[in-house]
Design a binder for this molecule. Sequence first.
Ligand code: FES
Length: 80
Amino acid sequence: MKISVCIGSSCHLRGSYDIIQRLKELVARDHLEDQVELSAAFCLGQCTHGCTIRIDEEIITGVTADNIEGILTKALAEGA
Ligand code: FES
């Protein structure tokens, strides 16, 4: 599963760096290194709804450092 976190200026201002840090913590904590590939992306075209991430081909908006764990858990459960 590939997760790209938008680091465009709008998402950056809304805390995408914190989301990346949180994702790294979760991947390490749950030993997901073989399942999750993290990367950064430039603007995903949803600036007004950021932070924005992409999980494989799915765009998810409104992401925060607080709700990313639930989003990750759901994506893993769905086998995304
Ligand atoms: S800056 Fe993140 S969607 Fe545009």
